[in-house]
Design a protein around this ligand. Sequence first.
Ligand code: ADP
Length: 397
Amino acid sequence: MKVLVINSGSSSLKYQLLDVDTRVLIGKGLVERIGLEGSKLTHTKDGEKTIIEKPMPSHIEAVEYVFDALTDENHGLVKSIDEVDAIGHRIVHGGENKESQVIDNELKEDIKKWTKFAPLHNPAGLLGVEACEKIVPGKPNVAVFDTAFFSSMPAKNYMYALPYEYYQEDGIRRYGFHGTSHNYVTRHTAELMGVDQKDLNIITIHLGNGSSIAATENGVCINTTLGLTPLEGLVMGTRSGDIDPAIVTFLMDNKGYTTSQMDDILNKKSGVLGISGLSSDFRDLEDAADEGNERAKLALDMFVQRARKYVGAYMIELGRVDAISFAGGIGENSDIMRQRILDNLEGFGIEIDDSKNNGLRGKDALISTEGSKTKVYVVPTNEELMIALETVEVLQK
Ligand code: ADP
């Protein structure tokens, strides 16, 4: 089956056409500046780019030109739209216990309802869905939620210790994010190990601009670091991760910050950028730390320390850890961060083999020593493939 995967942002739209049976990427593209001057579509087939510059006042035109590009005589990926079996949409927030499913009017209302916790992402996702409904009516649209992988978490891990009514009335709880990535990495690690996912206890570490760790027991996710919003947990590129919540009210009282200023500080001015005052990019920070920049060093130390704290917590929670897998831009590319996060854990049965880890970038690999009880892997994430696989699974149900 061929599935078109759409990741729709408020002014951009990424797409990939995948053959799910062979797991091959047939082609992909990106639409930028939807609703703005200078809209353009960059379509890639066999590494060759075609740029289409046309006004795209809304997602409807964007999707129309995507389908034109997919079926174009010269740079198209299929002969006719009929060859595209379904469309899988990345939708960030699925609310409580929402599994991936075929999109109907009721589900669209639900997606709107969860906009309160994903104010930028859910409406943008819906724009992509509605454009597809209009341009290719009758084609099945499936919503794959970023939160779905975490719907199996037990209440003791998703509840916050606040008055219970905030959970009941407002839905305040941990939802988790990056679920599609953790899901793919879990599934693919099981494949690499040749074990059934149902028998696998794994800690998945997704480190990118946003970062999170998830604990999965017998193939089912039981805990993760991101919370009600993608702000909790690890120190991130520009996000604070865990802080004492009293800091928020203290700063608002003492500096007179509004809620939106505070939101901006926590989401865009904190993390390794805030500490280093230099950059949110780990390549810059690793270079600066090598040159002796103390604040870059501190930012990286804090990042490593926080990640180790959660790895330790999840090791205790799982009891037995068969595998730890790294993904995301940092997890896939930074041998130093991988080594530092799992340093000195031989006593716990976790040992990275430097000869396998050093210099390894962007490909599936086992990087632990033969004697390491817990296998350590690098598994480049593939959220689009996961969305395509889930789309087919939902349709076959
Ligand atoms: P996003 O969360 O936006 O999808 P990515 O997963 O692409 O981000 O991760 C982006 C981050 O990966 C960059 O900010 C950069 O810090 C990091 N990164 C990419 N390549 C390297 C590298 N070779 N060494 C260290 N960090 C890297």
